[in-house]
Design a protein around this ligand. Structure first.
Ligand code: NAG
Ligand code: NAG
Ligand code: NAG
Length: 383
C-alpha cells in the first residue's frame, strides 16, 4: 500500500560514511516518475508517457524553466523499470538500450547542465518491485556503477528481499491512485498511518534523515485543489521530502501555484527539521503543530506552523485556544495564514482562534512570537 512501502533515499556519498555528513540537511525536493508513470515501458503505444530518457529530460526542462528549480525542486529521480532485463556478463547493471539510447551518464550530464541532480532506483532484494535485477549480492558493484555514472541519489527499495514475493503493492497503488475518491483515500490512509505511529516516527526524523510518506501527487487531476493543499500542508508539517510525481508538462496554473507556494515550502524546509505532531482530534478534524524558526534561544521561544485538517466531506469551523495546543508565549503571536499570505492579527495564548476549513482540506497558519529579546540580534534561532 502506498506509504507503507519502505524505501530509503540514499544520498550517494562514497567516502563519508557518517550520517551527519552535511548532506540532506533539509528534506529533499524534486520530481520522481513512479506515481505518474509507473512501469510503463511501451514507448510505441505511449511515446510521451513511458520510462525512457526523453521523459526525464523533458521533466528536467520543466523543472529548470518553469520556476520549480528556484522554488527548491532540484532533483529528477528515475524510478523502477529503467534497466535492461539482465546484467552485463561482468555483473554490471545496464540501462535498457532501446529506451535509454544515450545511456545514464549522458542523462546525468544533461540534468546537471540544467542545475539539477539525478536520482536513480535500485532494490536491495534479488529483484526490483518491477522484476528487474536487484542489488542483492551486487551492492558494491552497483554503488561503483552509479558513482561512475555521476548519479547523485539512490532510491533503494525493499521488494523481494528474503522471500521472493510477487510485487503486489505496486499494481495496487496504481489502481488506488487512478480515480478521484481513491487518490484522496490513499493520502488519507498515509496520514492515518503516520498519526498512529507518530511517537515512533517523530524521534527518527531530523536533519540528515527524513521519514518518507511517499510522493506528492499534486498536479494530477485525480485530486482537487483543496486536497492538494492538504497534502502539501501535512507533508510540510512533517518535514517530509517534497518529491512530486506528476507530469510537469501538463500541470495547470492552479496546481503549479500550490506546488510553488513559498510560505508552505519554507515550513517544509525549516532548518530545525522537526516533524510536527498531531496534538488534537475533534471528530474528523485534526490539529497538527510543528515547532520552527525563528526561535529565540535566550527567551526559549520559537515559532510554530499549525495545520487544521478536515477529513470530512462538509466545511467545518473549528475553534481552539493557542495555549491548548502548546503555544503559550505570554506576549502572544502574530498569525499569518500561509496559503494566501493573509495577516490574521495578533493573538494571546488564551485567545480563541477560529478556522474555517473546506471539506478534505486545510487551514494552515504560522504563529510567530510578537517580540524577541534584543540579545538575539538578527539570527534569532539555534537551540
Ligand atoms: C527494453 O525495453 C523494451 C520495452 O520498451 C523491451 O521490449 C526490451 O526487451 C528491453 N530490452 C532489454 C535488453 O531488456
Ligand atoms: C561491464 O560491462 C559493461 C557492458 O559491457 C561496461 O559498460 C562496464 O564498463 C563494465 N564494467 C566494468 C567494471 O568493467
Ligand atoms: C486508470 O483509469 C483510466 C481511465 O479511467 C483507465 O483507462 C486505466 O485502465 C486505469 N488504469 C488502472 C491501472 O487502473
Amino acid at each position: 500500500m502506498l506509504g507503507l512501502q519502505l524505501f530509503l533515499i540514499v544520498v550517494l556519498c562514497y567516502r563519508v560514511s557518517s550520517l551527519n555528513n552535511g548532506l540532506a540537511r533539509t528534506p529533499p525536493m524534486g520530481w520522481m516518475s513512479w506515481t505518474k508513470f509507473y512501469c510503463e515501458i511501451d514507448c510505441v503505444k505511449y511515446p510521451y508517457g513511458c520510462i525512457n530518457e526523453d521523459l526525464y529530460k523533458s521533466q528536467a526542462d520543466r523543472l529548470a524553466e518553469d520556476g520549480y528549480r528556484e522554488a527548491g525542486y532540484v532533483s529528477v529521480h528515475i524510478d523502477d523499470c529503467w534497466m535492461a532485463n539482465e546484467r552485463a556478463p561482468n555483473g554490471s547493471l545496464l540501462a535498457n538500450a532501446t529506451r535509454f539510447p544515450s545511456g545514464i551518464p549522458a542523462l546525468a550530464d544533461y540534468v546537471h547542465q540544467k542545475g539539477l541532480k539525478l536520482g536513480i532506483y535500485e532494490d536491495y532484494g534479488t529483484k526490483t518491485c518491477g522484476g528487474y535485477p536487484g542489488s542483492y549480492g551486487y551492492i558494491e558493484i552497483d554503488a561503483q556503477t552509479f558513482a561512475a555514472w555521476r548519479v547523485d541519489y539512490l532510491k533503494l527499495d525493499g521488494c523481494n528481499i528474503d522471500v521472493e514475493k510477487y510485487p503486489i503493492g505496486y499494481p495496487q497503488m496504481e489502481v488506488a491512485l487512478n480515480n478521484t475518491g481513491r487518490s484522496w483515500k490513499s493520502i488519507a490512509s498515509i496520514i492515518d498511518y503516520y498519526d498512529k505511529n507518530q511517537d515512533k516516527l517523530i524521534p527518527a526524523n531530523k536533519p540528515g534523515q527524513w521519514n518518507d510518506p511517499d510522493m506528492i501527487i499534486v498536479g494530477n487531476t485525480e485530486i482537487t485543489e483543496d486536497q492538494s493543499k492538504a497534502q502539501m500542508t501535512i507533508w510540510s508539517i512533517w518535514s517530509a521530502p517534497l518529491i512530486m510525481s506528476n507530469d510537469l508538462r501538463t500541470v495547470t496554473p492552479e496546481f503549479k501555484a500550490i506546488l510553488l507556494n513559498p510560505r508552505v515550502i519554507a515550513v517544509d524546509q525549516d532548518p530545525l527539521g522537526i516533524m510536527g505532531r498531531l496534538v488534537a482530534k475533534i471528530g474528523l478534524v485534526s490539529i497538527y503543530v510543528k515547532k520552527m524558526t525563528p526561535c529565540d534561544a535566550y527567551l526559549k521561544i520559537c515559532s510554530y506552523a499549525v495545520a487544521v485538517l478536515n477529513k470530512g466531506t462538509r466545511q467545518v469551523t473549528t475553534s481552539f485556544k493557542f495555549n491548548n495546543i502548546g503555544l503559550d508565549y505570554p506576549s502572544g503571536y502574530n498569525i499569518l495564514e500561509l496559503w494566501d499570505g493573509r495577516k490574521m492579527g495578533r493573538f494571546q495564548p488564551t485567545d480563541t482562534y477560529q478556522a474555517v476549513v473546506p471539506p478534505t482540506g486545510v487551514h494552515f497558519i504560522k504563529a510567530t512570537p510578537t517580540t524577541f529579546s534584543r540579545k538575539m540580534g538578527k539570527t534569532p534561532f539555534d537551540f
